[in-house]
Structures are given as C-alpha cells and as structure tokens.
Design a protein around this ligand. Structure first.
Ligand code: FES
Ligand code: FE
Length: 446
C-alpha cells in the first residue's frame, strides 16, 4: 500500500472530530496486527453450552482465522483447543460438530484426548525410540475458558482478566437480555456466509439505525420488516450504553406502546414473535438481573465481534481485510408453542443470514464501502462518525452502566473505533487494562 500507517493507532481515530482513517479497513499489516492484538487476546464467543452438553461433545469455532475445538472433557470441563496437530499442523477435527472420544490426526495418526493431551503416537516405540515427551506435545490450549449463563468464551491469552471482569456490566447486561428470555437452546445448524467487507464495517453497522429507512426501503415496502408501521422504531427514543474494552449496546428502548400492542395481539389470540414477546423481562429473577436498565433493548456488541439481536447471535469472523464470514446462531427458549417457534424461525431465516432480506441490502453497502477503503485517493479522506457528537449527556445507572438516552446517533460506532485503537496500541493485557478508554462519567458529554 502507498499510504503511510500512522501508528499509534489513536492517530487514525479522531474521537473529538469523529473521524476514522479508511486505511484501517484495508491494510494487510493492520489486519494481521488485529488478529494478534484483538482476536488472540480477547475473550471470543465459542458456543452455547446446550451445543456441548455431554463429555466428548464438540463444536468447531474460530479465534480470528484459527480453527479451535470447543469441547467437554471426560470430567465435564470445558476445553478449547487449537485445531492443529503438533506434528505437521494438520487439522485434527474436520467435522463442524459431533461427539468424539479423542481427536485422531488423519495425517500420521497422532491422537489427542478431549483435554488436548497427546495420548497416541504411531511408532512411538520403534520409530521414536520412546524419546518423544508426549506431555510436551499436546494440542495448544486456550489461555482461559469460561462460561457466563451458558455462553462459552475463550481467550488465548492467559494474562486476560477473568471473563466476568472482561464482560463488565455492559456485556453482562447484553447476555442477561438474551439468557433472560428463558432456558435457551441453540437451534441445530449455524447459518454461515461470506460477505466482501472488512469485519469492522459489519460490526459498526449493528449499531446503525440511521441506514434502516434508506437501505431497507424495499424490504420495508415488501412487508418483511413486520413492525415498521407500529411506531416502535421511533428515531427519538434510543439508548446507547458504553462499556469497558469496547462493549456497547445501541438502539431503541422498550416503549410503553409495545405493551399495548402485546395486549391487543394476545386478545386476538395471535402468536408473538421474539420482538414483541418481552414479557420475560417481568419475571422476578430477570427483573433483578436487569435492574434499572430493564427498558434497554437495541443491539449489543460484545467486543470485538459478537452481535446479539433478539434471539440470535452473529459472529463477524475476519477473513482477511476485505472479507468477513458471518455465523448466525439462533436460540429458542424451551416451551414455545409450535406457532411461536415457527414465527421465530421464519424471522431468523428471512431477516439476516444468507437468505435474509436485510443482510442482502447491508452486504451490498459494506462491500462497496470496503472497496473504497482501498483507493489511494480515497484513503486521503477519512470516514465520518460525528453524528450527535458532544451532545449526548451520560447517565450512570445503579450498577455502573454508562448510558445516553437520545435520538439516533453514532456514539456506539465511535466508541467501537476508539476502543479498537486502545486494543491495537496496547502491547499487553496489562497495558490495555491500565490505559484503555474508561466509559464516560455521569454528566459527561459524549
Ligand atoms: Fe498430525 Fe502428522 S500431522 S500426525
Ligand atoms: Fe441493515
């Protein structure tokens, strides 16, 4: 590339003006550093515990571009193992999910236990003369593995803070808003497709309610955006919640009108989809978990790349600076009626994912935005994230949630990029912990 990379990375994200340099979406060396400083360091979502309930169950996931096996060992402990044989590096697991007693490498037959230990080496006696120390040649294990309310995460960095500390109040709220919907089970099968875009543009879009009426105009006209006419998507009743390490939630708050619509539909005997069925928020244990943030709705991103929307999770997995693989997990609470299940599955299949009308619209835009980040001329001109900058007044909830109640804005997008720069500039977890941008304080303008 001809442009100059302006490290430190904070010089590429101007938080005061609200601008972001285009090179961060295009440059190969920046991308490679992201894999190291963001993905190999962060807690990455692996799977839901309902996908691996028994010993030997496994689910193949990714940390950045690297394949990892999330599994449950014989003791029932969660394990996350790099899917690469220590002999010549071959994948030791090819299936996307299943149950195994061990992982046999199909190249020369080294065999690993569910806890990653090397337990079998063909020719160990005759060819290796018993000189190979098997205890030193197990699969590479994640630095830490943990689960929060059934959601399994792993970090490759043993220096990372524990999961709950990493999540902080904002990402925990995001997961409480999903787990609170009931005893959640993942629907079998993950929808996967690749879009020609930089992963960060896909992440930034999840907070973007500015584009909806324009980008999705045809989907709205076709009736695919079912609640578009209800007035529940007013641009004037938004909340953005900003957390440590780049976690954020942005979008419409729950509006009083929603409860009226629910009552009307129930009176007519109509099934509620996952958008309208919010009654789970009133269950005592959920109300307790949500506290004074109970009317928070909108879209969370657990930094770097885990979007939660309604009852779905989407991972934006990096595949080079110009490609992103989207993985859609759908969760359903136990005990739904057939009609409720059908309505939720219809929405899950037709909104986002490979056959989703909205994602087709979005993907086209992200593709074009990404192409233009490569231009040597275009790179002289930064992108604009300045909407509503300096006008949002921060409130801090009783459990430390820094949030701004306002209209449509770009606070969460800019927050994502500011924190991206923190991650990219920090050489270690210790530095990131000490020097990352703290969420705004009560009364602070955002
Ligand atoms: Fe796995 Fe040789 S590469 S046994
Ligand atoms: Fe969209």
């Amino acid at each position: 590339m001809l442009h100059e990379i302006k490290t430190p990375f904070h010089t590429m994200v101007d938080a005061e003006k609200g601008t972001v340099e285009r090179a961060i979406f295009a440059d190969q060396s920046i991308y490679e550093l992201e894999l190291e400083r963001i993905f190999a360091r962060a807690w990455n979502f692996m799977c839901h515990e309902s996908q691996i309930p028994k010993a030997g169950d496994f689910f193949l996931s990714f940390i950045g571009e690297e394949s990892v096996i999330a599994t449950r060992d014989k003791k029932g402990e969660l394990q996350v193992l790099l899917n690469s044989c220590r002999h010549r590096g071959n994948a030791v697991c090819r299936a996307e999910a299943g149950n195994a007693r061990s992982f046999l490498c199909t190249y020369h037959g080294w065999t690993y236990g569910l806890d990653g230990q090397l337990i079998g080496v063909p020719g160990y006696k005759d060819f290796y003369h018993e000189q190979l120390d098997k205890s030193q040649w197990g699969l590479v294990k994640a630095g830490k593995v943990a689960s929060y309310k059934g959601f399994v995460f792993a970090t490759m960095d043993p220096e990372a803070p524990d999961l709950e500390e990493f999540l902080g109040p904002v990402a925990r709220l995001a997961l409480d808003l999903l787990s609170g919907q009931g005893e959640m089970m993942i629907v079998e099968g993950v929808q996967k497709n690749i879009i020609g875009c930089n992963w960060k543009l896909a992440v930034d879009n999840l907070f973007d309610f500015y584009h909806v009426d324009i980008s999705h105009a045809s989907a709205t006209m076709s009736g695919a955006r079912k609640h578009a006419e209800t007035g529940l998507f007013t641009p004037w009743n938004h909340r953005v919640t900003l957390g440590d390490y780049g976690h954020a939630i942005g979008g419409n708050k729950i509006q009083p009108r929603l409860w009226e619509i629910v009552e009307e539909m129930k009176a007519e005997g109509k099934p509620l989809d996952q958008f309208l069925n919010q009654e789970w928020r009133k269950r005592p244990e959920v109300a307790e978990a949500l506290g004074d943030m109970a009317d928070t709705s909108g879209h969370p991103n657990i930094f770097p790349n885990m979007w939660i929307t309604g009852n779905q999770i989407c991972l934006r997995l990096p595949r080079g600076p110009g490609n992103t693989e989207l993985w859609w997990f759908t969760l359903l609470p136990q005990g739904l009626s057939d009609a409720e299940r059908k309505i939720r599955m219809d929405r899950a299949n037709r909104t986002f994912g490979a056959a989703g009308m909205l994602e087709q619209d979005d993907g086209e835009n992200w593709d074009q935005s990404t192409r233009a980040t490569r231009g040597v001329v275009a790179q002289r001109y930064p992108l604009n994230f300045s909407m509503a900058i300096g006008t949002g007044v921060t409130k801090v909830g009783e459990r430390g949630h820094a949030h701004i109640d306002t209209h449509i804005n770009e606070h969460a997008q800019l927050w994502t990029y500011r924190n991206w720069a923190d991650w990219m500039d920090a050489e270690s977890w210790a530095v990131l912990k000490a020097q990352h941008t703290a969420p705004p304080k009560a009364g602070e303008l955002v």
